[in-house]
Design a protein around this ligand. Sequence first.
Ligand code: AMP
Ligand code: ZN
Length: 117
Amino acid sequence: MSSVNDCIFCKIIAGELPSEKVYEDNDHIAFKDIMPKAPVHYLVVPKAHSPRLDEMAKDNGTEALGHMLNAVVKTAAANGLSDYRVAVNVGPKAGQVVFHTHVHILSGWSGMARDVR
Ligand code: AMP
Ligand code: ZN
């Protein structure tokens, strides 16, 4: 398992920082976002470090991309989510601030999510 010093998500994976875990499998962990942007906001995080989505295949293999999306679907199902948005910020100009690849799951709106930004 690769990890990087001072990577906040590697520290959560190692149990060195707390998180509110909502799902885990051999290769992924999912936990609540500390600053939720929706009523439900989870982060699905591969345990193997890669800095961003477009470098993940190089670092962890192409199949890791599919496994991560499968973990997203499993996380949603395990938490009873039927309708949700999936987002990945790739690079600082897109809003990425944590450089350990992760997928956002946003959900829990009472109305139509297309009206929520
Ligand atoms: P991104 O902007 O795509 O890099 O998303 C990083 C996300 O990580 C943000 O939504 C933060 O609120 C969230 N975050 C940062 N630190 C923590 C933490 N210790 N526990 C949970 N979520 C965090
Ligand atoms: Zn990391």
